[in-house]
Design a protein around this ligand. Structure first.
Ligand code: SF4
Length: 397
């Protein structure tokens, strides 16, 4: 959900003349490609939430019911008009809060996607509304992985974000999911929430240990000035705990503690923000970091066909009217450096890349931010904390 750079997908295709009832931009045509892949991922954006979290700067939020109905119709048209170049093996419903879709609406949105049973089909869910009926309906619809937007298990921190669930709710709902056959669970956590301390962060990690999820995402909060929390901070106010946020150093310490504690229970970092038990790494999100193709549907969804990136209009209104189009962007060869380097496994530059990036590579090797065995290049532990600085160098070349 939410903080997931990870959960934004990328584009497949060029617009062409309209099909009945569909804005031109939503008609996607698969170009002929010669990639060696035969599977792709599908991302569906459902940017509707029960309440707006105080730190959130996404276009997602609370909208009139009528807008939600029109959005579902537009989404169904966009997906129905898509020409499938590959049979997808992963599906990811992100948001927003796609778990608020009724079983009928969820089935309707998934109907257009070939390839079921998908190897991995994830739905992002807000804790607090997962009933046995909902879990059964998700499993029946082909969902086999649930990503829970927990963010914290500490009530004081949660209330300041605007979230209403409790740790006990999360524990009970994970039980419900497992009892209904959904046994691949992700827990999202945020380091750096207002009121967070080393002790309270330790409590959240205790809960993670007890609940033993297959996957954990840990995001370090970067407060955006477009969020309610960010605006309050700029004004010097105290609402949403704006005067009570941990320092950047403390946030980095919380993240580092999570790396160690999760590793100690077998949940190992495989990407900057993502940790999994072996075999439970997110197959879908790995496509983003490995530059494999994926098709995104809905507002702000991204697609990537191996050569070109496309982004749907960011706002729901623009998506519904076809306004605010963003031009396609050719895939850049340096993306491998700042996207692939996010993976703990690193990347294997070819001879031309070693030559082209010789200067920054050696600068970061000398600074202890990158390490290499001669063939593979990857971030060091310290390099992970300073990854934005490292990536920036490769973007600018
Ligand atoms: S659940 Fe909260 S953080 Fe996630 S998209 Fe909605 S408002 Fe933003």
């Amino acid at each position: 959900m939410c903080l997931g750079s990870s959960c934004r997908s990328r584009r497949l295709a060029a617009p062409r003349a309209g099909v009945e009832g569909i804005p031109e931009v939503f008609v996607k045509v698969a170009p002929a490609l010669s990639l060696s892949v035969n599977v792709s991922g599908v991302y569906i954006s459902y940017p509707f939430c029960a309440q707006k979290c105080t730190y959130c700067n996404f276009a997602s939020g609370v909208f009139p019911r009528e807008t939600e109905v029109r959005y579902r119709q537009a989404l169904a048209r966009e997906m129905g008009a898509h020409l499938w170049q590959w049979t997808p093996d992963t599906v990811y419903l992100g948001g927003g809060t796609p778990s608020s879709l009724s079983p009928e609406d969820l089935r309707a949105q998934l109907r257009a996607i070939p390839g079921r049973p998908w190897a991995e089909a994830t739905i992002e869910a807000a804790p607090g509304g997962i009933t046995p009926d909902a879990a059964r309906a998700w499993a029946d619809a082909g969902i086999n992985r649930v990503s829970l937007g927990v963010q914290s298990f500490v009530e004081k921190e949660l209330r300041r974000t605007g979230r209403t669930h409790t740790a006990q709710t999360v524990a009970a709902e994970i039980g419900v999911l497992r009892a209904n056959g959904i046994c691949n669970i992700n827990i999202d956590l945020i380091a750096g929430l207002s009121a967070q301390t080393a002790t309270s962060w330790g409590e959240s990690l205790d809960w993670v240990e007890r609940l033993a999820p297959e996957h954990v995402s840990v995001y370090m909060l970067e407060v955006d000035q477009d969020s309610r929390l960010g605006r309050e901070m700029l004004l010097g106010g105290v609402r949403y705990g704006a005067g009570d946020a941990p320092s950047d150093d403390a946030t980095a310490d919380f993240y580092e503690l999570a790396v160690d504690r999760l590793a100690a229970v077998g949940i190992v970092r495989y990407e900057i923000s993502n940790f999994a038990r072996p075999g439970f790494e997110s197959r879908h999100n790995l496509k983003y970091w490995k530059l494999e193709p994926y098709a995104g549907f809905g507002a702000d969804a991204h697609s990537f066909d191996g050569r070109t990136r496309h982004q749907n209009p960011e706002s729901i209104d623009d998506y519904l009217t076809g306004a605010g189009q963003i031009d396609d962007v050719p895939h850049q060869s340096d993306e491998r450096f700042f996207i692939g380097l996010r993976l703990s496994a690193g990347i294997r530059p070819d001879a031309a890349e070693w030559r082209r990036y010789d200067a920054p590579i050696h600068r970061f090797l000398d600074a202890g931010l990158l390490e290499t065995d001669g063939a593979t290049l990857r971030l060091t532990r310290r390099g992970v904390l300073l990854s934005n600085e490292v990536f920036q160098e490769f973007v600018n070349l």
